[in-house]
Design a protein around this ligand. Structure first.
Ligand code: GAL
Length: 423
């Protein structure tokens, strides 16, 4: 909590001095109008995709200046805390990143967003985005955001050499095989599973739940009346306890945890496919590593055939100071050019169905194929299945669990979190 509070204080200090983008023409008496774009893409790997979209935005809009209001911290927990105080005070940025699904529905229900039907009509976007994705960002026939990508959360990243040295023949396919492999790596004297801050544990939990419960049962968990008290959930949480007992020292964010795998210090890391951008992008943004050699991937154990998805989307908040500028940004985010520049670097596949497939190689070619053929499940940590209150309650329960390791207590907390979610 202390670290999060310090992070937020740092952020406030930064925004207070108008920082974040020294090249901001809007503050320097220039006639260009600035567009404040709020995200949490500041770290290695993440920022490369944003930069690519920014270049297109600047080229297309000589009258606007891109003002980068990004707040550091993977998965955006810190960014969302600041955003929520800005929205409450009716001081929104011009546009902000929000996850399609329950998270975005929260902003909509709170009356914070303008519908974007006019943009969907003008750009004929209903034809280019998958129907089931548009449903996630629609309320009462109004569409409220522009999805820029599809990410996958249930990926097991691993170091092939570390596995080989430990006598593990390949990536584990089931939870049981996973535990056996973790034990072998431990005996071989390497870190079995690298881990980052608190949210990465919730990220791990969603894959363990999916791998333990199966897709149908997992997908049925996301209404307030769902049953979280069953013996199957107890088993899934026991699995989580066992798996987390092999975790290394928590790293500051997801990048250093992923890097432990690429550097051969750790065998496994369960992380979203933004890790691919970080592994593969050329330095300085990425690590310039080679798939199949320095790192490799598989579906998180027990989840093969299911794509646990999430989607970054951009919004038009009510009262955006530079509404035209925000719309200009949304047009870039919606475009084929924007998505094909952003996604190959971000480690995601485009939300648009008509993107240039030849740009998506290696892991990304695999992901396109999986997205087209797999069953779907939604991410918890990344805003798809649980609204903010529910996600926060899960987060707190997992945080307490890491201290007391009490499965029964964790399960009671999760039963309560579902009941009180109002979802
Ligand atoms: C997710 C977001 C991704 C990536 C990740 C790590 O919530 O959707 O785009 O940024 O966090 O920060």
């Amino acid at each position: 909590m202390k670290a999060a509070a310090m992070g937020l204080a740092g952020v406030l200090a930064l925004t207070a001095c108008g920082g974040g983008d020294p090249g901001d023409g809007g503050l320097g008496g220039s006639s260009k109008k600035r567009v404040e774009i709020f995200s949490w893409w500041t770290g290695p790997g993440e920022v490369d995709g944003l930069k690519a979209m920014r270049q297109i935005f600047e080229r297309r809009n000589p009258n606007f200046t891109f003002y980068d209001a990004a707040v550091a911290g993977g998965s955006g927990d810190q960014a969302r805390a600041l955003l929520s105080s800005k929205l409450k005070a009716n001081r929104p940025p011009d546009t902000f990143q929000g996850h399609a699904g329950a998270e975005l529905q929260g902003y909509i229900k709170a009356g914070k967003l303008e519908p974007l039907n006019f943009l969907y009509d003008e750009l004929r976007l209903r034809d280019v985005f998958p129907e089931q994705l548009v449903e996630q960002i629609t309320v009462d026939g109004n569409i409220y955001s522009v999805p820029v990508n599809i990410h996958r959360s249930n990926i097991l990243w691993f170091n092939p050499k570390v596995l080989k040295d430990a006598g593990v023949s390949g990536p584990p396919k089931s939870i049981k095989e996973f535990v056996d492999a973790l034990e072998k790596v431990k005996k071989a004297g390497r870190i079995p599973l690298s881990i980052g801050p608190q949210w990465t544990r919730v990220h791990l939990l969603e894959s363990v739940l999916l791998g333990s419960l199966g897709t149908e049962r997992y997908n049925a968990l996301w209404t307030a009346s769902a049953d979280w008290s069953g013996a199957d959930i107890t088993t899934a949480l026991e699995n989580f306890k066992k798996i987390t007992s092999y975790a290394g020292t928590p790293q500051e964010d997801w990048q250093p945890a992923a890097k432990q795998v690429a550097d051969g210090e750790a065998a496994f890391n369960v992380m979203g496919d933004w890790a691919y951008g970080y592994f593969a992008n050329p330095p300085d943004g990425g690590l310039g590593k080679t798939a199949g050699q320095d790192f490799d991937w598989a579906s998180a154990p027990g989840t093969d055939g299911t794509f646990m998805w999430l989607s970054d989307s951009f919004t038009l908040p009510k009262g955006a100071p530079n509404r035209d500028g925000a719309i200009a940004w949304l047009k870039v985010a919606a475009s084929k050019e924007g998505q094909d520049a952003f996604n190959p670097l971000k480690g995601s596949i485009p939300a648009r169905k008509d993107a240039d497939r030849s740009l998506y190689k290696d892991y990304l070619a695999y992901s396109l194929e999986q997205w087209a053929t797999n069953r779907l499940a939604g991410s918890i940590q990344h805003g798809v299945v649980a609204n903010d209150a529910w996600r926060n309650a899960i987060n707190e329960a997992v945080g307490r669990f890491m201290q007391d390791r009490d499965v029964a207590k964790l399960q009671r907390a999760l039963v309560g979190a579902a009941k009180n979610s109002g979802q």
